[in-house]
Design a protein around this ligand. Sequence first.
Ligand code: WQD
Length: 346
Amino acid sequence: MNRTILVTGGTGFIGSHTTVELINAGYDVVIVDNLSNSNADVVDGIEQITGVRPAFEKVDCNDVPALEAVFQKYKGIEGIIHFAASKAVGESVFKPLLYYRNNLNSLMNLLELMPKYDVKGIIFSSSCTVYGQPDKENLPVTEQAPIKKAESPYGNTKQICEEIIQDYIKSGAPVKAILLRYFNPIGAHPSAIIGEMPNGVPANLIPYLTQTAIGIRKELSVFGDDYDTPDGSCIRDFIYVVDLAKAHVCAMAHILDGKMEQAVDVFNVGTGKGNSVLELINTFEECTGVKLPYKIVGRRAGDIEQVWGNVDKANKVLGWKAEHTLAEALLSAWKWQEELRRRGVM
Ligand code: WQD
């Protein structure tokens, strides 16, 4: 009998790639998604890749009766991976209440249902934004680095959700939790059947870059080359989304196999390497042979200068390590953009 995992936000970018890897690892998956920022045809894509169709329920995690009905319908859900959240840094500045209401309530609703349905563990999709701009001497940043005041309501919801989980478990709730702090997820499944589908004009670097490369956008704006970095552009830890997805499978096994020494644990999920925006552009051009039109413009408000992760803990405790290079991740993003053009999507 396979173990069943509930994946909220499972038709989204990271959620869909994680569902593929969970199925590949032998789990049954129930996807819950309100489709506010994704499409139900992603379920078809997951089935096409794995040969297995995950269960799908169009439910908003803020709708408690509908959410509880999912636990009643699918008996024996053992674990939850919680991706469903509003996640646009810029939008959160203009709509803070939407972000606090959605991101905090959906998590609390799930936590409250866990003991009632004997769900053993939850993996929370957190972010390196909780570190803010680490002090230079603290790079690469470890899980022990100080949590800095969030630069945006989005980032603040990640910090508050981590605290909610910790306080809930400290209160004696019979559940375990792993907080995964992602760096910058990029790329698409090698099949090019699923990938990142930003709504409207992308805020994130890679979708904007590939849309520029294919001619949808005129040129990429590089937000600043006057930072205190080797080439002046910002540095990030760009991690291939399939490697990131596999980290969730390792984390879920760590919980369900009873290997956790404490009830809550935190892991950085990145490559452990930093690359600058200009280095990334050069790598894209080299590996695809596609010239990328770009211009240097002023800095973007809220951007931090440089961050990349120390991922030794995930390597040692979860037995997980990113396996793909930046070039491989960028090639997969380009292949996905070409597929979207072939499908006439954009
Ligand atoms: C990366 C770098 C930009 C666009 C955010 C969130 C993080 C996660 C990922 C959700 C920066 C530069 C970007 C462009 C550019 N979000 N850039 N031109 O801001 O590092 O992280 O998205 O899960 O939690 O904080 O990602 O891709 O927006 O930017 O020069 O058109 O690329 O200045 O240095 P970011 P990003």
